[in-house]
Ligand binder design. Structure first.
Ligand code: TA6
Length: 313
């Protein structure tokens, strides 16, 4: 295909619309019909669809779409804290704040003319943030949809010449699965993990793959840069590749916890699994002017691939 034929009309690749609350959201498309949607509320990816228009991320039917709380689903950004901390809300404030589109973002032509589309979002420390987290930062998030439908999120956090600060982070990724009892995770075998159901006690994973029969809420430590989530019923495998994200949070609330969440259906635990690329055990410390980058790529392949062909090492 000649270059001109490959040139992708960037207007079709990138569209700003309003969501149910009148908040700007960006729709990214690729030439084959795949799409992704990002809300300026929280910089949250709220949808990722394949070329057939099938949704790949979970969103609760009882999700609360009212700011400032993050919508239950998609990929909330947990920053500057994953988990609880005295002065910050659970999982930090970034997912509850309004982000802006960086002025160098499209509608300039995408960074390559072969059907990739992206948007750059920006969150800066506000006066309000400085009261609960007194550090000056700039957080740039690039969300891109490639010609093959892969979704990539790149986070860049910079210390804007303030005092040094440390943070933990997670891409809180809600994967849509057909039946949690038919799902397994490969790539986390033999790792140590902190069990949030046992006061973050440290254990070692014994299984040759992680399967689900009850609530799981764990932080796997120093994980490899590729993890596979196999959805047996749909013959679909999510391949998660990551850089700068040494830990992986695995969470399924199961029946009892599901019933305790107002923005989550009692039975919805059967159709979702959170597998979050994260930095938790060893928080990132940035001196003035330093920048951290955390990259996550999500890809779907037919499960006919056996896991060793996914070169998960
Ligand atoms: O992903 C693990 C976790 O920390 C769970 O303990 C649960 O709290 C989940 O995150 C969702 O947190 P949220 O604040 O979005 O309800």
């Amino acid at each position: 295909m000649g270059h001109s034929a490959a040139v992708w009309d960037h207007k079709a690749a990138f569209e700003v619309t309003k969501d149910w609350n009148g908040i700007d959201q960006i729709l990214l498309r690729n030439p084959k019909g795949a799409s992704a949607r990002v809300s300026l509320h929280g910089g949250q990816v709220t949808s990722w669809r394949n070329e057939q228009g099938e949704e790949l991320l979970f969103t609760s039917h009882k999700a609360n779409f009212k700011p400032p709380k993050a919508m239950r689903g998609g990929i909330p950004i947990c920053f500057p804290q994953f988990g609880n901390c005295r002065s910050l809300e659970l999982h930090g404030f970034a997912r509850n704040k309004m982000w802006v589109i960086e002025d160098n973002s499209p509608p300039l032509p995408p960074n390559d003319s072969h059907g990739k589309s992206f948007v750059d979002l920006l969150l800066k420390s506000s006066e309000e943030d400085l009261k609960c987290w007194p550090y000056s930062f700039e957080f740039r998030l690039r969300v891109s949809l490639a010609a093959d439908g892969n979704l990539t999120l790149i986070s860049r956090v910079r210390n804007i010449n303030g005092k040094p600060f440390s943070f933990s982070f997670a891409y809180h990724t809600y994967l849509l699965v057909s039946d949690i009892s038919e799902v397994r995770i490969e790539g986390l075998e033999t790792l140590d993990y902190l069990d949030n159901l046992s006061q973050r006690e440290r254990f070692t994973e014994q299984g040759d793959a992680i399967t689900f029969e009850s609530e799981v809420d764990r932080v796997y430590l120093s994980s490899p840069n590729a993890v596979a989530v196999l959805d047996h019923e749909r013959k679909r495998t999510y391949v998660i590749r990551k850089e700068g994200l040494p830990d992986v949070v695995v969470w399924n609330p199961w029946e009892k916890k599901s019933k305790s969440m107002v923005d989550f259906g009692d039975e919805e635990y059967k159709q979702m699994l959170c597998v979050n690329g994260a930095v938790i055990e060893k928080p990132v410390t940035l001196k003035p002017g330093e920048e951290w980058t955390g990259r996550l790529q999500l890809k779907v392949v037919p499960s006919s691939f056996c896991s060793d062909s996914l070169d998960l090492d």
